[in-house]
Each structure stands twice: as C-alpha cells, then as structure tokens.
Design a protein around this ligand. Sequence first.
Ligand code: ATP
Ligand code: MG
Length: 418
Amino acid sequence: MQRMSQLFTKTRREAPKDEQSRNAQLLIQAGFIHKEMAGVYTYLPLGFRVFKNIEEIIREEMNALGAEEVLLTTLQDPALWQKSGRWDDAVVDNWFKSKLTSGGEVGIANTHEEPLTALLTHFVSSYKDLPLYIYQFQTKFRNELRAKSGIMRTREFMMKDLYSFSRSEEEFKQFYEQCAEAYMKIFERMGLGALTYRTFAAGGSFTTGFTDEFQTLSASGEDTIYIDTEKKIAINKEIYTDETIAQLGLDKDTMTEKKSIEVGNIFPLGTKYAEAMGLRFRDEEGNEKPVIMGSYGIGLGRLMGAVVEVFADNRGIIWPASIAPYDAHVVVLDGKEEETAHIIQELERAGIEVLYDDREDKSAGEKFADADLIGIPWRIVVSKRTVEQNQVEVKERSGGKMQLLPLDNFQFSSLNFQ
Ligand code: ATP
Ligand code: MG
C-alpha cells in the first residue's frame, strides 16, 4: 500500500501551460512525469510503476518467442557505424555524439543493429548457432528536430529493440510473422487491440519491399494512414499509391484516412548489416553465407502516451487494469481510518495493489478529483455515511459505474474485476 501523504509528488490544480499535448498535460498534472527540458521527461513513482508494467508485458511476450534479453551499451564505437555507413550525419541525421578526452569520438545510442551484429561475430559461425532472437530495454538518444507530442516523441526514450538472426528467408519470415502476432498481443493486453493496425510502410529489404508499422488510431497522432476496418489492415500515407493498393489486394473505396500513433514497428533488414559487420555462418553443406536479419522496436513512453491520449476523458487519465500504477484507489473521509485499514487489509490479502488517499488536508471533492485525474481502475470510498450503512462505495473509473459492498465481510472479488 502506498499512502498518498507519503508520496513526494503532488497533483496540480491546473495542467502545465507549456505543454500542448494531452498526454504530457495530464501526466504532469497527475504527478506521473516531470519535464526536465523539451523532449526529456523523468518518470516519477506513479509513472515508473506504469512504465514497469508495460515493460513486463513486453518482456513476457518477447520471452514467449524464445528471445534472450541483454543490455547493450549506450556509448557506441564509431568504427562499427563507419562499416555500415551510418556514422555520417548526412545518413543518420539525429545522432548525439561526444568527444573523448583521450581523443576521438563516441556515439550515444541511437539504435543497436551495428553493435549487436558485430558482437555476434564472436559467437556465431555455424548453422547450429542459429537462429537467434535477442532483445533489450535500452535508452535511445535521438536529436529529434521537434519534440511536441509529450512523451510520444522525446530526445531520450526507452525502446524495446529485438533483432532476429536467421539462416534463410523462410526462417526469417516465419519469425517475423510470429513477432508481428506478439506485437498485437502486447497492444491487446494494453487495451489498444481494436485501435491498433498493422500498417504497410516504406523501406525494408529488397526481398520484401515493405516494413510493418503498428499504428494506434488517435487524433493526436503524427502519422496519417489509410485503414481497411474489415480486413484490419492499413497503409501509411507515405506509400499510399494506386500501385501499392493493388499490390496488396486492397480497394481504395473501402479505405479511410485516419491520424495515428506509430507505437511499434518491425523491419526486414535482409543481409545488409551481416555483410557490413561480417556476420556469416557455414550451412549444412559447408557454404558460407551472411545471416538474414530483422529488427523490431517498441517505444515504451510512446505506448504509455498513446494509452493516455486514447482513453483519457475530461476528468483525467483512465488506465487499463493491466498497466495501472495501482489496482485500487482507496479514499478515506471523515476520519474513518480504522474501518479503512480493514478494507485495505482485505484488498491486499486478495493481491490488490492499493494507493491510499489518507491526506488530511484535502476535501472530499479534492480527493475525488485527484482519483479521477490519476485514473486508477477502481475507487473505493470509506466515509461516515458509508460506515453508518455498513458499506463501502466502489466506483469504476472507466464506466463510472458505482457499487456498494458490505464493510464487514468485505470481498473485492465479489466485484466484476474485468
Ligand atoms: P518515428 O517515425 O516516429 O520517428 P522511427 O521510425 O524513428 O519512429 P524506430 O527507430 O524504428 O522508429 O523506433 C522504434 C519505435 O521506437 C517506434 O515505433 C516508436 O514506438 C519508438 N520511438 C521512435 N522514436 C521515438 C521518440 N523520439 N520518442 C519516443 N519513442 C520513439
Ligand atoms: Mg524517428
């Protein structure tokens, strides 16, 4: 149980004036994040709990694919990036770089194809060493020109990046599809399933022609896509040509234009990085071949921001239960601490995580407004009135549905918890 009186963060009466995006306004007002400077945000205790819940959902789905978790370095060796041609600022235009006191330069993690591919040359030589699926949660630094979408586009952000290393196109393609399914599962678990479209986008290796983005419909999104709701498929505006539409067997008449947020993407990389870094293996016949790769990214902050954008109402944030910072927001009024302690004990016995508004200097109205702003799925109120009736009041944040449960013999499980 977390007492609100003990949280070092506070909610604010007003949204910050210097934020244009709804996600940053609400997350700052409710005390989830702090703006360090433009495009750079700190995750405060409540925000960090949401963040870790998102991370855990992603980790579970990546582990289910048989992927192995690592932590690669933030400081990057320019020599590796020169091999692939991506050290040049004209090629990657948003590098942060720094000088070493001892001479020379280092890069500050932008993405990790080069170092991971180079690393694997130490471990992979035979077909028996493959396939490999390796991922991490690592902070990326990008000198984005504009940082205007709150935590959805920042200059420092946590990415889950996975890289696949396969022996053949078929082996690659099979994993690519499995990973696409795992991505949809992740977004479904976060309540974004119905709103998230697998979207054809430009780029990709010469064999496949496309990359796949996962786009969540939202008016606040920076991207424009065309969706076919029936087939649950979309095309990014960047490649929305008659030729592409025909090639994908889609029909312009059934597609509608929407704004969306790119919450994740997956790329076929072909043999580009394997060739550049010399990542080769001997097949069963003894022939040497380059490894076929793919990369698979999800931005955790972007995803969290998207959830806020999509579900918030005019009173505040609404977290899906799967990533909410706490399960229940218990509000005590009229000095009914003793009765509340009993309720909290019962909740914790049932494995329900509790944020406890025990603040003595706040009115009922202020406490209710904060509960709505913070957006925890269930609000439980113990007051003079409820105690007199031997009840507690339980309110669902999303639908606003109210239920009364008995104070004695209180059982949270008697609620419909879905
Ligand atoms: P975008 O087109 O939005 O700049 P990208 O094509 O650069 O994204 P990738 O480099 O493939 O994206 O990164 C993978 C994922 O990381 C993206 O799908 C997104 O969720 C997240 N991401 C990318 N850039 C940012 C950023 N500046 N801030 C927060 N998340 C980001
Ligand atoms: Mg980008």
